[in-house]
Design a protein around this ligand. Structure first.
Ligand SMILES: Cc1cc2nc3c(=O)[nH]c(=O)nc-3n(C[C@H](O)[C@H](O)[C@H](O)COP(=O)(O)O)c2cc1C
Length: 385
């Protein structure tokens, strides 16, 4: 592992290294969120409202971090969340993340907006894979995605329900974010600052959104057209009936990503979802939406006995994972933490992100006096007054 990566001791350190390695426009694409970015900040700061109540003299010589998620045994209560555009952050994109998912026995979720397609990713590694899907106006597109996932061996589908329209990401607008990256006078200056990124990007095939490039009927050229195309092709009139239809079409593990209300969680479960992903898209959609950690207790009370709950958003420390599990989540998803690693150092950087979170989780479990994540419960923390 490179010395720059071993000098990173936290996800915050990896973020700073990613900022050095990436052109500003692509760093901001990862790091930014909607409007004033209030929700993104609260996604993380919400964890700080809880303090832990450690037990002592409990024998923590060995600590079990493994769990079962949607019938699959994984070594950590962590899942790679679906994130689009990964080749913008490292030239291998998703292919640099998959080997880490395989080595660490974690589930990888492929985004609909990925830069490698369902089949390529399906064959690239033996890890368990889920596919993140949207409801397209043309239901034939949905059927096609589902069939391709089945053939390619994906184990679960994850329907994202918080993109009724694109969130307003102002950093991207100010930076003039484009895909593929466009040459401007500013790019020439940037090349001098980030020669490695530009060399890799310009010497490899053009970056595309491999799963959807041919579907919209128009070239997916820049953030605006990407957003417009998505908004015009994704169906904003989607209802619970569509969810029921998709669950039936798939017939396997089916998670709904983007739920923050207990009544919606109950409805998803009664419609047949096998898991709930509490998420606000990392604060990239509706600014001022509630943070997942704040939404978790009510959802856990409503559906915790009947379904699996995954908390997605704001995880930056192992202790955040502990708090989420203690409050009723079965596992957590991470987005930016592994993208910072990817940008900082490709596969090794993703590995570093997982190593950091794993060792923080293990250490904090010991210091909390808990030797199995299945023992985490609300009695181990309290809301600060
Ligand atoms: C660069 C980037 C791209 C993303 N692309 C998608 C996507 O294509 N589909 C999706 O459902 N969520 C997407 N997300 C949201 C993540 O799946 C996840 O909800 C979010 O990153 C969790 O917050 P965290 O980054 O604080 O862990 C994206 C997030 C980022 C940062």
């Amino acid at each position: 592992m490179s010395p720059a990566l071993t000098a990173c001791h936290s996800i915050a350190d990896l973020r700073l290294l990613a900022r050095k390695r990436l052109p500003k426009v692509f760093f901001d694409y990862i790091d930014g969120a909607a409007e004033d970015e209030i929700t993104m900040q609260r996604n993380s700061s919400g964890f700080n409202k809880y303090e832990l109540l450690p037990k002592v003299l409990t024998d923590v010589a060995s600590v079990n971090l493994s769990t079962t998620i949607q019938g699959v045994q994984t070594d950590l209560p962590l899942i790679f969340s679906p994130t689009g555009g990964q080749r913008l952050f490292h030239h291998l994109g998703e292919l640099a993340v998959l080997p880490v998912a395989e080595k660490e026995n974690l589930i990888f979720t492929l985004s609909s907006m990925a830069t490698h397609n369902i089949e390529v990713v399906g064959q690239a590694a033996k890890c368990n894979k889920w596919f993140q899907i949207y409801v397209w106006k043309d239901r034939g597109v949905v059927r096609d995605f589902i069939e391709r996932c089945r053939v390619a061996g994906y184990k679960g589908l994850c329907l994202t329900v918080d993109v009724q329209t694109s969130g307003q990401r102002e950093r991207d607008l100010r930076n003039g974010f484009t895909l593929p990256p466009k040459f401007t006078a500013a790019s020439l200056v940037d090349m001098a600052l980030h020669p490695s990124w530009w060399w890799h990007t310009l010497s490899k095939p053009t970056i595309t959104l491999a799963n959807v490039a041919g579907l919209t009927g128009k070239a997916v050229e820049n953030a605006t057209s990407m957003g417009q195309n998505a908004a015009s092709q994704l169906d904003p009139s989607v209802t619970w009936d569509d969810l029921a239809w998709m669950i039936e079409q798939w017939g396997g593990p089916f998670l709904v990503k983007g739920i923050v209300r207990a009544d919606d969680a109950q409805r998803a479960v009664s419609t047949g979802a096998t898991g709930i992903i509490i998420s606000n898209h990392g604060g990239r959609q509706l600014d001022h939406a509630i943070a997942p950690v704040a939404a978790l207790p009510a959802i856990a009370e409503a559906v915790g006995e009947s379904t699996q709950i995954i908390l997605d958003g704001g995880i930056r420390r192992g202790s955040d994972i502990i708090k989420a599990l203690a409050l009723g989540a079965d596992a957590c998803m991470i987005g930016r933490p592994y993208l910072f690693g990817l940008a900082a150092g490709g596969q090794e950087g993703v590995q570093r992100a997982i190593d950091i979170l794993k060792s923080e989780l293990q250490r904090s479990m010991r210091l909390l006096g808990c030797n199995d994540i299945r023992q985490l419960n609300p009695g181990l923390l309290q809301l600060m007054s």
